[in-house]
Ligand binder design. Sequence first.
Ligand code: URA
Length: 201
Amino acid sequence: MPGKADLELDALREEAATCTRCDLYANATQTVFGEGPAAAEVMLVGEQPGDKEDLAGEPFVGPAGRLLDEALAAAGIDRSRVYVTNAVKHFKWEPRGKRRIHKTPNRSEVLACAYWFDRELAVVQPRIVVALGGTAAKSLLGPKFKVTESRGQFVDWDRDPMILATVHPSSILRAPDDVSRQHAKEAFVADLTVVSTALAA
Ligand code: URA
């Protein structure tokens, strides 16, 4: 049976469905709100929904999501017990032929959407937040934060949960060859293992 916090998340999801806090809603199919149990100990924060997520209305269900699922499993983290969301909840894209190509959200779009992240965080109250990639990390830790310098370690911020940043799974999919992709995936799993080790402590 859903608890009070799950019902609060449902109410937030419903409210966010008509969000017009920035202009991205105009070209997106729908708001892609966070998903997962309100009692989750871990909250993963990506950048924004991709093409598949925009159509499905769920975060991380496309190729990056498959890689994320594999990496979580390899790190001993059960995705069904994790709350997964994005810094920006509408798909930002530009047309290229028949395809919709991802466009990185700008700072004002990220700041507008932080309203929803703040509310998700207040309801879920995870033990650990994981920022996936630069957009999420800068949105949570400030524009000067560099994932390349501080990945895989807990860093200071002004809120209660512990926070760690790592790369975005899409960056692993973009690796130029199989060997570098494999290395990047191993490093990603190692970062997530820092999370599972902290959870077990
Ligand atoms: N990339 C993201 O950052 N989030 C998703 O939900 C899917 C792809």
